[in-house]
Design a protein around this ligand. Structure first.
Ligand SMILES: *Cc1c(COP(=O)(O)O)cnc(C)c1O
Length: 342
């Protein structure tokens, strides 16, 4: 199936909103076209709706043509837009690995789209056949997350590739934590897979969760669909400026990643010697899933000491699971000391 066939008919037919900046692009000396206030520069002007300068820099840093990049208000925006573009409410459905990031299900629920979770296997491994078996003629999206949240492991790239080859809909591969992973990104292989969408974010390695900037990489056709249905000015000026500033110094981001990877190794060693921890799962992300006998009491013990981790014990396959983000050495020492005192 090609992308046009997969689209909802109303989206295929949609005549998108044309803003003032769509009608005229380029440099002028007098702007009287958008009912803006002439005072209070630069905040008086609408921002670039297609974030051309930011995309040029993202293209360089990620090694992907700018035409294959969509920028949104966090990864949350492309996640929601993919449902709105491809999934007819109460008719279409999606498949997803389970457990995984909660937003895929929430956006399915908001859009009234059936969500079909497929349990991961041993050691949280992906079985392409299991995922494909849950799909039918109305399955438009397949959600994969690697490294996966909250389990921390990377999915087997051979299984991901099998999904890409055999699933006839859109495959979304969320690589929010790829900078921390030993496994490779699928980004260099984007051109091989016309129905692949890869998600990256400024919220983790780039240290910029506050500015809300998510990146979706896909074919020009899919990027065109997302651009057609997004809010016209979905990424504000402050975010575009700050992103450009971050992108000017990718070396600083790499230093944070290196620091966090070293600290992750130290944290894992420490956690392995904590008596109340039954298991430390291997991780390819900036967090680690551990198992304890009674997650609720350990969680409360930590919060009583001002240390907040994520209680994932009610998530499928994660009984007794606490998800712990890698912090500074001081923060992680405080965590280890509190856990040892349990
Ligand atoms: C943190 C995270 C994101 C980031 O979402 P933003 O909206 O970009 O902040 C995306 N996917 C996963 C799996 C995450 O854990």
């Amino acid at each position: 199936m090609d992308v046009q066939q997969l689209l909802r008919p109303n989206i295929r037919r949609l005549q998108p909103y044309a803003c003032a900046r769509d009608e005229f692009q380029g440099e002028a000396s007098v702007y009287l076209d958008a009912n803006e206030n002439p005072y209070n520069a630069p905040y008086n002007r609408y921002p670039d709706p297609l974030q051309v300068r930011v995309k040029e820099r993202v293209a360089e840093v990620k090694g992907v043509p700018a035409a294959n990049i969509f920028l949104g208000n966090g990864s949350d925006e492309p996640i929601d837009l993919l449902y709105r573009a491809f999934c007819e409410p109460r008719v279409d459905n999606v498949v997803a690995i389970e457990p995984t990031y909660g937003m895929y299900r929430v956006c399915a629920d908001i859009n009234d789209v059936e969500y079909r979770p497929v349990l991961l296997g041993e050691d949280f491994g992906l079985s392409a056949d299991g995922l494909l078996a849950a799909a039918d003629g109305h399955t438009k999206l397949a959600w994969l997350c690697s490294p996966n949240n909250p389990t921390g492991n990377s999915l087997d790239p051979a299984e991901v590739e099998r999904v890409l080859r055999l699933f006839p809909g859109i495959v979304v591969l969320d690589e929010a934590y790829i900078d921390f992973a030993s496994s490779c990104s699928f980004l260099p292989r984007l051109a091989e897979f016309p129905r692949l969408v890869v998600l990256h974010t400024f919220s983790k390695a780039w240290g910029s969760a506050a500015i809300r900037l998510g990146m979706a990489f896909a074919s020009e056709e899919i990027v065109g669909v997302l651009n057609k249905i997004k809010y016209p000015y979905n990424v504000n000026l402050l975010t575009q400026r700050q992103a450009l500033q971050m992108l000017e110094q990718p070396g600083r981001t790499q230093q944070w990643v290196d620091t966090l990877l070293a600290e992750r190794a130290r944290l894992l060693e420490g956690l392995a010697t904590v008596p109340c921890i039954l298991r430390v799962h291997p991780t390819d992300a900036n967090f680690v899933l551990v198992r304890v006998a009674d997650a609720d009491t350990v969680y409360r013990h930590l919060t009583d000491r001002g240390i907040i981790v994520r209680n994932r014990s009610r998530v499928a396959l994660c009984q007794g699971g606490l998800r712990i983000t890698v912090g500074t050495p001081e923060e992680d020492d405080a965590l280890l000391a509190a856990l040892r005192a349990w």
